[in-house]
Write a protein that binds this ligand. Sequence first.
Ligand SMILES: O=C(O)CCC(=O)C(=O)O
Ligand SMILES: [Fe+2]
Length: 326
Amino acid sequence: MIIPQFKYFIAHFWGYFWKIPPFSFLYRTYYSLRLSWPVWFYVLNRNARECYRKNLPKLDDLQERVAGELARTGISVLHFDDLFPGMSFSIFQENLQRTMREPENQKRIEEQKKGGVAATKKYYLVELWQKPFYFDPDNPFMRLATNERILGVIGRYLNMACCLSYMNLWYTVPMEKTANYSQRWHRDPDDRRLVKMFLYLTDVHEGAGPFHYVPGSHDPGPYRRVISSKPPYSTYPKEGEVEKLFSKDKIRTCTGRAGTIIFCDTKGLHKGGHATKDPRILFNAVYLTEGAIPAEKKKLNYYLNGFKARAGSLGEHALKWAGKKS
Ligand SMILES: O=C(O)CCC(=O)C(=O)O
Ligand SMILES: [Fe+2]
């Protein structure tokens, strides 16, 4: 009993400690240095660049377009059927239906609908895969997350091999509350550059909490310094500030039918999941670099149960941080 409380106390103590000057100054300097281009790209990501060079992907026109859009704007949106012609999208929805039917998930969705589970910060969100979640070799979501066509696009954008750090199925419960956490505009703190992939499993219209993004607010973009990021903390500007700085036509709202895939560098300004009318269900995979801030690497939530990627491939590199069934 004492031990978990002690751990909680220590975690909070460090959280506050690093906010007190002069320690806050040292802390911020450490992260600024870590994420500075020469340290991040040449030192911390040395092996990842080497792995990418050995596995240089040959991209087709569509992949080139997606990687190019990512580099230019920080976001690219397309449909599953375009990226994987001839592959069936229904296997994902069938797998989702099975997961949703699990009594534990039914219970959690019902609890969130009644006003949210007090223990969860993001009371509007149900993560359908609970930690630790084990992936069998035939899990379609894991196969998608490590698919070479997807890793090729992400590798081209980052100019290195990436690591899959988190995956889940998100069920967003609609509710008429003011926006909170990731429903508000923010920049993710995880890394200097990163890619998140969102695959909508339901149709997402305005009332189902679509993802929003300010194109060009990612690291290579012209708006990278607007409401700049302060790693290792997420940056949450004041309500209305983004709308003051960017007119409606500068903000991309990603409504879309089931099967829509969003690739996005969420170091840029984004928000989503403020569902007011209908639930939104999506698959989310997060790809970081080896230079990511250590606290984010620890959030790993997926474990392999016999799932293997080809030796020496971008897929094997992507699973570098995966937990293994012991
Ligand atoms: O739920 C969303 O659309 C946004 C989530 C988010 O901010 C993130 O995954 O970084
Ligand atoms: Fe975010």
